[in-house]
Write a protein that binds this ligand. Sequence first.
Ligand code: ADP
Ligand code: MG
Length: 517
Amino acid sequence: MPSGKASNDDYPPKLTASESEQLLSTVKDWSIANGLAVRPPVSLVKATADPHGILATTAPVTLFPSPFPRVCFEQAKSIQKSYNKLYAAIAQDQEFLGNIIQEILEVDEFIAQLWQVHLKVKDEGYVQNLSLGLFRSDYMVHQNTSDAAPTIKQVEFNTIASSFGGLSSQTSRLHKHLSVLDYSLLESSLQAKDLDLPENESTKSLAAGLGVAFDTYRSTSEPIHECCIIFLVQDPERNIFDQRHLEYALQQNNSPIPVFRLPFGEILSRTSIAETPKRQLLYHLPSNPLEVFEVAIVYFRAGYGPTDYPDDSAWKARLQIERSNAIKCPTILTQLAGAKKVQQVLATPTSPETPSILKRFIKDSPKEIEELEKTFTNIYPLDDSPSGLSARKLATDHSDCKGYVLKPQREGGGNNTYRTAIPPFLKSLPETHWKSYILMEIITPPPVHNIILRNGVLEQGGVICELGVYGTCLWDQGTGEVFHNEEAGYLLRTKGDKSEEGGVAAGFGSMDSCRLV
Ligand code: ADP
Ligand code: MG
């Protein structure tokens, strides 16, 4: 375990066995009482012990908020609206996206299928120009030398199914709750006034983004039925409470918004398209199929990876949604804008002669471009461009590869290859497939310590923190007009420093909140 820097040496405080017990008993009850929860993994509760799946357990969470540099936190929050604007502009630029997709089409079947669905709808003509993004930009802290000022470097930008906004505001509340009494009673007496714990309204802010899009649909689309929002989900879903928090926030509106959960596999049986030029998406209640709602928004918490598309009917279902009048969160173009290949094209180091590609998307605001570029770390293609060829050398060299992570065009965790595993992995692929991967420099944040509660067990040690900042954006794909653009709270995910992957749902990371230092 690496030793912390001076300010972190005594944080979090060493706990006696009875202090651990005390904190654990507060956390286990508060988390269930407030929905900081997940369905237990089958490794913990066998299906036979819980045949109706009614049990819930505390989401993996840290006992203390992790120290996080205030300058980095402010930097990440202040840049979110520029990121929203950037990705809304990329989603509108079919020429730019088309060129990138073209390069990976032949070796990435999933991306090719998504693009096909877009082309089909384009041929027929899109009926809905409004587009909604609930985004999350992920970062790690980077520090050149121990006395250099820390900055943030972007890990990835999520444009589909950006999760944990519902649990993350609860985690901030949990740590605030612990700071009121529990921390102060420890032998090392940690006082609330010494802990700078920022507000985190991620649930409210994400729901507000959905709310604005819902109101805009109703005022612009002349609905023919009562309107609703569909949460398109995986089934079963262990991270269900994260999604429920958003749903419940929408129902706390002055006029509650009807929300229905629709498993991806049931799109074709539970929705239809009205036979009108507008192609409204209709949702039929399973309990009474004659009861019909008009779908104002389809919010995707599924459909981001190939496993949700086991056969042709799943692609028919995606097409049904894409060609409908419902506002998609996201559209296929917005989903593709979040491809890692796009991030690489934005971040590939430019020479003094070649102007930044960001100028194409952010007009007349060099300051914003400069701030965005500060968050980029080096990412290389593995194609046969000059930069790709030199990256191939790095990736296949047994020593150079140690500074890199190799990523395919996938979302959801568990898809990357790290460091010395890269050369043998690449060798196992035909070289023609290499261009669908990107090579990214590993970001190594300064060491931090914490205690993680996972599946009822406490794990203490060195941890790595990843900050995500949410953003909501509603724009017109036709005119480019942006109707709503907001920063929407944050997520801190923390993993043991021996683990490469950090996804909470994928089972590697835990929920955390920031103690600003
Ligand atoms: P996914 O779309 O699967 O979430 P990510 O790009 O977010 O893919 O990578 C998954 C995880 O791998 C991240 O949460 C982070 O923990 C780790 N990771 C990814 N890129 C880097 C990097 N450049 N440096 C250090 N860790 C990284
Ligand atoms: Mg990620």
